[in-house]
Design a protein around this ligand. Sequence first.
Ligand code: GLN
Length: 506
Amino acid sequence: MDWTRRTAAEQAAALATGEVTSVQLAKAQLDRIAETDGQVHAFLEVDAEGALAQAAASDARRSADGPASPLDGVPIAVKDVLATKGLPTTCGSRILEGWVPPYDATVVGRIKAAGLPILGKTNMDEFAMGSSTEHSAYGPTHNPWDLDRIPGGSGGGSAAAVASYQAPLALGTDTGGSIRQPAAVTGSVGVKPTYGGVSRYGLVALANSLDQVGPVTRTVLDSALLHDVIGGHDPLDSTSLEHEWPSFAEAAREGARGDLSGVRVGVVTELGGEGYQPGVQARFDEAVQTLVAAGAEVVEVSCPHFVHALATYYLILPAECSSNLARFDAMRYGIRVLPEGVVDPSAEEVMRATRDAGFGDEVKRRIILGTYALSSGYYDAYYGQAQKVRTLISRDFEAAFERVDVLVSPTAPTTAFRLGEKLDDPLAMYLNDLATIPANLAGVPGISVPAGLAEEDGLPVGLQILAPALGDERLYRVGAAAEALLQRGWGGPLLAQAPELEGASA
Ligand code: GLN
C-alpha cells in the first residue's frame, strides 16, 4: 500500500479503522520526501525526528482518549513564513538564516493541538514576494509536472510538496495569490480564506492588510478539513473575525454530489480573454460549461475597476512591506553582518551591511518602491490614491455579489512557465497575479481547483472561484462540485496524469 497516494481524508479514515498508524504515515511521507526532494526541492527543512515523535503521540492518544480532531495523525507541511517553535523559520531569506522562533504561530499551534505531525518547512520566494519561488535565497522549487518549470509562488514549496505526494496537506499564505496560483500551476487545490478568518499571529508579515493563511491540498475536501482546524477567532490577532463558521468539510461533502441547481455564477469579464493563454482560457470555458451542466445559472459580470488591481496592489503591498521589513535591523533577529574595513561601526552601518547582504534584489526593489510611495509629497499621489482605488474594487465585488453567489475566472493567466523565463522581468512576473489580486485587495475568499491540462503544453490550469466575505462555505460547495464533475471527465484526479518523478519507487 502506498499511503502517500492517499488524500488526507483517506489517511484519516484509515487511521480511524486502525488500518494504519500515524507513525507509518509519517514514515511513508518522510521516505517519499527523501526519495524525491533532491529533484523537487519543496522543503527547506525536514523535521523527521519531530514528525515521528508527534505521530507516536497521536497513535498513543488515539488508543487512550481518542483522536483530538478528524485529522489527528495526518502529516502536514508548513510554509517557512510561519513561526514554528524550535524549528528554523527563514521566510526564504538569508537575513533570517538560523533563526529559531521561541513560539508557534496560532495556526501552527492549532495543527499541533489537532494532532497533525509537522514534516517540515516549505520553500518560498523571499518574504513571500514572487510568483515562482525563484526569489528564494535557498534556490528554487521545481514543478513536479515538469522539473524545468516553476511551481508558482510564493508558496511553490507547499504546492509542490502536495503535488508530488510528499505531504497530503500543507499550509500556505496568500497576499496576492501565493496559495491559489501555485495550486493552479501544480494541479492542486488552494484556498485563500476571508481576510480575518484565519489568524495571522506568528505569520511573518508581508503586507498585513492583504495576508491570509490557508490550506494547500490535493482535494477540495482536504482543504475544507484543514480549514476547519486552523480557522476561527484568535484574540492574538487584532484583525481576526469573531464569527461562527460552519463546517467547511460538510459543505465540501455536500458539494461533491455535484448538484449546483439554483447557484448563480458570474464570469468576470475583466479576468479573461486578452493576455490569457489560449489553452488556459479553453479549459476555463469548459469548466464553466460543466457548472452549467450541473444546474448553475451562469452570467457575465463586469468589475470595471479590476483592470487597476495590479497597479493598486503594487503600491499598497510595497508600502506595507517596506515598513514591515524595517524590523530586520541586525539587532533583533537573524544574521548580523559587519561592514568591511570599518573600525567600530555604528548601529546604522551594521544595519546597512546586514540588510545589503541579507535581502535579495526583489525585496530591495519593493522596499525602495514602498518607501518612495509613502514619502511626503508622494503619499497622496500614490499610496492615498491606491487606497481609493482599492475601495472601488471592493465596491465592484459588492455589486457583483448582489447578482451572483460566486464569481469565477482562470486562476492564473498562464500555465507554469520555465525557470528563468521571467526572472529578469519583474513586470512580467507581477502579471501572473492578475486574476488573484482583486480578492486580496477586497478581503474576499477564493479557491483554485484543477480545471484540466492546457492543450499547447499539457500543463495544469486552475479554475478560481470567489465568494463574498464570510462566504467561504460557498467555495467548498461549488469547488467540490466542480472537482467531482470535472474528474468524471478525466476518469480520476488530474494529478494522476502527472509524470512519475524519476528515481522514485512507484
Ligand atoms: N506574487 C505576488 C507577489 O509577488 C503575491 C505574493 C503573495 O501572495 N505572497 O506579491
